[in-house]
Design a binder for this molecule. Structure first.
Ligand SMILES: [Zn+2]
Length: 138
């Protein structure tokens, strides 16, 4: 079974040290995730690819108790659905990223989190589709 990323250009792939790929404005320095073609602050189009720090701090979170609307959600539904954590992780002082969390319990505001790549679903070709999540650093 091959492993494939859930989307191109969201994170470095393949990689033993995965990083999210955002963008940084050459004019005002704001960092975005996902990458954007123009700056949401100053409207400059001088956005450059920017690899985000792998570790950050948990800012807020909740539990997704039911499958989100589909589309865009393309993961397991019905009996195959397993509730998962979602939250915001602040990476450095650069950007807050909306992300899956690898667990829903034992979380604390400000705890250190690390990017990991996790199985998401199996596609029609039998490939394991991989997405990103954050887990507490132990
Ligand atoms: Zn800007």
């Amino acid at each position: 079974m091959a492993r494939v990323p859930v989307a191109e250009g969201i994170f470095t792939w393949p990689s033993d040290d995965p990083r999210l790929t955002g963008s940084r404005c050459g004019a005002c320095g704001i960092v975005t995730f996902p990458a954007q073609a123009s700056c949401p602050r100053c409207a400059s189009t001088g956005m450059a690819e920017h690899r985000l720090p792998r570790r950050g701090r948990l800012w807020a979170w909740t539990t997704q108790e039911f499958p989100p609307p589909s589309p865009p959600y393309a993961g397991p539904t019905d009996d195959a659905f397993v509730p998962y954590g979602v939250g915001y992780v602040e990476l450095g002082d650069e950007v807050r990223v909306e992300t899956r969390l690898t667990r829903t319990e034992g979380l604390e505001a400000g705890m250190e989190m690390e990017l990991v790549l996790v199985p998401f679903r199996t596609d029609d070709d039998g490939n394991e589709v991989v997405t990103f999540a954050f887990q507490p650093v132990v």
